[in-house]
Design a protein around this ligand. Sequence first.
Ligand SMILES: [Zn+2]
Ligand SMILES: [Zn+2]
Ligand SMILES: [Zn+2]
Length: 376
Amino acid sequence: MLLAQNTKQTETNMSEQEDIGTREIRINPIVPTESVLIATARSMRPQKAEDAAPRDTRKHVERCPFCRGNEDKTPPEITRVPENGDWAIRIVENLYPVLGDDRQSPNMIFGLQQAINGYGRHEVIVDHSQHGIAIHEMSQAHLSMLFQTYQSRMKELYNADKRLKYVLIFKNFGPAAGASMAHTHSQIIATPVIPQNVQDEVEHSKNYYEKNHHCIFCTLVDEALTYEATIYDRDSGKIVRKIDVGQYVIERGEHFIAIKPFASRYEWEIHILPLVHKSDFIKATPEELDDFARVLKRTMQRLDSVIGGAQYNYFLHTIPLDAQYDDCQNSYHWHLEICPRTSIPSGFELGSGLFVNTVSPEDAAIQLSNVVLDEE
Ligand SMILES: [Zn+2]
Ligand SMILES: [Zn+2]
Ligand SMILES: [Zn+2]
């Protein structure tokens, strides 16, 4: 690791002098139709989004409908955890749903142009009773409970309405990530269609499986883990130390791993995946989710330490619960994508569909994994 880091740093210094930096197009190994331009030269660094309003870190806000004591000011409550006593997590209906819970047929076709009406469910999860608390500040036990709450609500929604094909859970944290409410929250959007991103991942990973008889996500985890550095003694030539932690590994738990994707779209993007093949988030056990919570908390601590006050989106990607996808159980691998927002997309990105990342994923991985955290 030390050797590898030094080499890397020298490369970085040299490239900074020349001000060319890394310039390469990387193909997303999971969805090859998606690519990213890694361009670290200063000229490529986009202007920062107009200074995003600083994150609201207050513990309690008298007029916030999501703060404890204001329960009567939210849209109708769906559930709360725990059911009795002070709540830790609440699920409420979305005041401004992007989808409506009507009873119309979900398909409308006009010639070649297809539309699906905005049928579905849109709910808000109040992640914590403390107004401005960040994920890395929540306890592991709370995070574990939060992900168990995601799980049980997904199950309920799938069971309640067979027309729903996908339940997407995501979080926007901070104004730069599009959070309209300052109080920490996640959102659930259940739709009669599978989101394109998930569909692409499911299909491409299935193609890969058919060719290689192996899950591509597992392959990436293996690759991340098998990078080896051997340190030899200069005099005797004996092996002093072997290090087998891959350069893309940010954090590793008993059941989960956080990795820096090789073709990261966002400068500080990180994915968390089960170490052993698992396609379905809904089937994760409480024990697994507890380890997941630990890996997530530590990953977010690293992120906070490197970029400070990260504003981000995270998305939970899991196998769609539809018989049509039963044969993807071996090829699809659930994961959480964490996408910190440090710049606004440029016209080039929007027009080309090519993401531009100005921090090399290798450098970002070194910075993130070098953060020294306290053992809990
Ligand atoms: Zn609040
Ligand atoms: Zn897998
Ligand atoms: Zn994904």
